[in-house]
Design a protein around this ligand. Structure first.
Ligand code: IYR
Length: 222
């Protein structure tokens, strides 16, 4: 195996323990400031920021390295409007009929409702599709593995990359999301997974007063 042409030497940056701890601390300091933002400015953001962040997302590990994702970046005002209209129709249905009282109670601290102006205001909507199958050669369908885990990891890396680049983000999941296939012309083997709204916060934007659980509540060492 070690001599196989299929393998290359690992490029690995060794760090001493103090550096490991410092990097871990600095990354936490960066990431704990990420907040889900629902009030966006229409200020433009260079497309290159989005492209680089998508490269980071695309570097995620995936089942059998199938990379079962497709990122559709929507900057077009008319397509954003179409998405907003379709998403708000689903959200009205959700808030007025589909959601249980228990679900609405859980959402109450976030102050969300069916009104989603940020879908038009923010400069970019990154619509992430999950590919249950990929196109192989000759019109064949090739099965992908661990697709939701893989796309979840890539989405997390995308959020981290966008935050690191100074952008505000929101994960948005109108449900059902099938309308995104139609609006964006994506094939049936792709399932809309999430919309990541990206841009800059509106001046004076507010966020819910919520907190994260401390380490000892979310983890244990055995
Ligand atoms: N999709 C709806 C509802 C919603 C659901 C969850 I779970 C959230 O964390 C936030 C919102 C909406 O976007 O309003």
């Amino acid at each position: 195996m070690a001599n196989s042409e299929q393998f290359l030497p690992l490029e690995f940056e060794p760090l001493d323990d103090a550096a490991k701890i410092e990097r871990a601390r600095a990354f936490y300091q960066l990431m704990q400031r990420r907040r889900s933002v629902r009030e966006f400015s229409d200020a433009p953001v260079p497309r290159e920021v989005i492209e680089q962040a998508l490269r980071t997302a695309g570097s995620a590990p995936s089942g059998a390295n199938m990379q079962p994702w497709h990122f559709c970046v929507v900057a077009s005002a008319s397509v954003k409007r179409e998405i907003r209209q379709a998403a708000e129709a689903e959200e009205r249905e959700f808030y007025e009929r589909r959601a249980s009282e228990e679900w609405l109670d859980a959402l109450a601290p976030l102050g969300t409702d069916a009104h989603k102006p940020f879908l038009e205001t923010a400069p970019y909507l990154i619509v992430i599709f999950l590919k249950k199958f990929s196109e192989g050669g000759a019109g064949e369908q090739r099965k992908n593995y661990y697709t939701s885990e893989s796309v979840g990891i890539a989405t997390g890396m995308l959020l981290a990359a966008l935050h690191n680049a100074g952008l505000a983000t929101l994960t948005h999941t109108p449900s059902p999301m099938k309308f995104l296939n139609e609006i964006l012309g994506r094939p049936v083997n792709e399932r809309p997974y999430m919309v990541v709204v990206a841009g800059l916060p509106a001046e004076g934007a507010q966020v819910p007063a919520i907190s994260k659980k401390p380490l000892d509540e979310i983890a244990e060492f055995i």
